[in-house]
Every structure is written in C-alpha cells, then in structure tokens.
Design a protein. Structure first.
Length: 151
C-alpha cells in the first residue's frame, strides 16, 4: 500500500499521526505536542505531553515516546528509528534524543523560545539527521489555538 511513497509522503503521514497525539493532549488540557517513533516503517511508540496529568515536568511527548520505544525494542539505543514530533524538541528532550542515538528527527514547527537549536544545537547524536517544517502550519495552528484559549 505505501511501497511507492516518497520520504516526504511518509514524513507527512507519520506527522499526521503525531498531530493526532497532539490533539489528544489538547483535549486533556496539555500543551499540544505529540510524538511518534517509527522503526523500519513500523510505529513502535506514540505519546503526547502529560506534564499536567502526571504532575511531572519531564513528561514531554518525546521523553514518553523514547521510553516506550526503548522498551519495545529491548534496548536504550534507537539508531534505526525516526522520531516524529509536532514541535522542535526542548533542550531536555534533545539530550534524551542524543543519548538514545535516534537516527532521525522530523518535527513540524520550530520553537524559538525553548527549542534545542537555540540553546543546545550540538545536543543530538552526531549521526542524527533532522528534517523540520513538516506540516508546519498544522502544528503551529494547534499551539496558537491552545495558548489563545489559555489567555
């Protein structure tokens, strides 16, 4: 079914799944960030922000997705995996991404205030590749809507 998909099409398909996770976070009153980890074209974990629900500042979508992916794979390193996340990871998440040696990150919208590129551009593993701007407008719209409703 998906054999003839380009990488760009795959990225958009998986990002739509990350957006679904972000929408679940939105419905729960969490900052709407969602993450999916894919390994060899198979989703091995999915998560969304749960910092309020779990009363845990480390319960970011990426952290939860990485933990679940490592459990699924049976090891802490994920070099053959791609992390899809709706918003650019923060420094904490970038550190975890670096330690897990995830092979690729795909994110939707940049995070100028707290994104890793501003504060820790070298936090990722040297072999990790990054693709940004995938479904950027959809990811951005969720964040704008969430914070508009909060104010």
């Amino acid at each position: 079914m998906f054999e003839k998909e380009t990488q760009e099409q795959k990225d958009e398909r998986y990002m739509r799944m990350a957006i679904q996770e972000a929408e679940a976070a939105f419905e729960e009153g969490e900052i709407p960030i969602g993450a999916i980890v894919v390994c060899r074209d198979r989703i091995i974990s999915r998560a969304h922000n749960q910092t309020e629900t779990l009363n845990d500042v480390t319960a970011h979508a990426e952290m939860l997705a990485i933990t679940a992916a490592a459990n699924t794979m049976g090891g802490k390193y994920l070099p053959d995996c791609t992390l899809y996340v709706t918003v650019e990871p923060c420094v904490m998440c970038a550190g975890a991404i670096g330690w897990s040696q995830i092979g690729r990150i795909v994110y939707g919208v940049g995070e100028e205030k707290r994104g890793y590129k501003r504060y820790a551009p070298d936090a990722l593993h040297p072999k990790t590749t990054v693709t940004s701007g995938v479904l950027q407008e959809e990811c951005k719209a969720l964040m704008i809507s969430f914070f508009k409703n909060k104010r």
